[in-house]
Design a protein around this ligand. Structure first.
Ligand SMILES: Cc1cc2nc3c(=O)[nH]c(=O)nc-3n(C[C@H](O)[C@H](O)[C@H](O)COP(=O)(O)O)c2cc1C
Length: 216
């Protein structure tokens, strides 16, 4: 597939057929993803291919309350979990349906992605706001992984809700202290592949010279 077409049509897939995905295919995908860029080429990614269904269930049980909170607050005006004006809800009703979590045992591939923080330059780590640049050394890897999955006839979704439960998830996954959980990626053969993606037009986010200048 032509590169531009792949970039523009790699939609999120959350429902998979029963087709199994061999571990060797997953390793092939990771073999592509490792060519992603990272600060200083330090390649901080660590990946646990989560195959054990009991472990998967435990992880889903940790993600569920985060999903519940997300749904409780989406539509409230501010983006859920944002660091500027998010207000956690007083009460969250539990157990909202989530196809991925409800049937995590049968999702063809579950990947826990971690970053070795000893290899991540946090260039904005001392500013008076939450740091974000560290992610730049790990999320290109995740995106390359999803693009490679597409090339292998797979689809998937990157999620971050397990990060909110990292302290509880860490011992289950044997996550070292110097690592952060950055994503859980689900992959499989798509039941349906969305390729018409809704994105804001360029003029909605581009200005010339200054961010507070009029639009381009
Ligand atoms: C950082 C990040 C976190 C995400 N977390 C979730 C998630 O927790 N659950 C989920 O179903 N999708 C998750 N997604 C997928 C987004 O919902 C998806 O990329 C977005 O809605 C655009 O969908 P589309 O590519 O199909 O147009 C996440 C995506 C990113 C990049």
């Amino acid at each position: 597939m032509e590169l531009r077409e792949a970039i523009r049509t790699n939609g999120t897939v959350r429902a998979f057929t029963d087709d199994p995905v061999e571990r060797s295919t997953v390793l092939d995908v990771l073999d592509d993803a490792r060519y992603a860029p990272s600060g200083g080429n330090r390649q901080p990614w660590r990946v646990a291919i989560v195959e054990d269904t009991t472990l998967r269930r435990s992880l889903a049980d940790l993600m569920q309350p985060v999903w519940d909170e997300y749904l409780e607050t989406s539509g409230s005006g501010s983006a859920p979990f944002n660091a500027i004006d998010y207000l956690a809800p007083v009460r969250v009703s539990p157990g909202k349906p989530n196809a991925l979590l409800d049937a995590i045992e049968t999702v063809p591939v579950v990947l826990a992605i971690a970053a070795d923080l000893r290899s991540v330059a946090l260039m904005d780590g001392e500013l008076d706001r939450p740091p974000i640049t560290g992610g730049a050394s790990i999320y290109p890897f995740c995106w390359s992984l999803l693009l490679s999955a597409r090339a292998h006839g797979l689809g998937g979704v990157m999620t971050t809700f397990l990060s909110r439960a990292e302290p509880a998830a860490a011992p289950l996954l044997g996550l070292p202290d110097h690592c952060a959980l950055v994503a859980t990626i689900f992959l499989g053969v798509p039941e349906h592949r969305p390729t018409k993606l809704k994105r804001n037009p360029v003029e909605s986010f581009v200005t010339i010279d200054r961010f507070d200048a009029p639009g381009s």
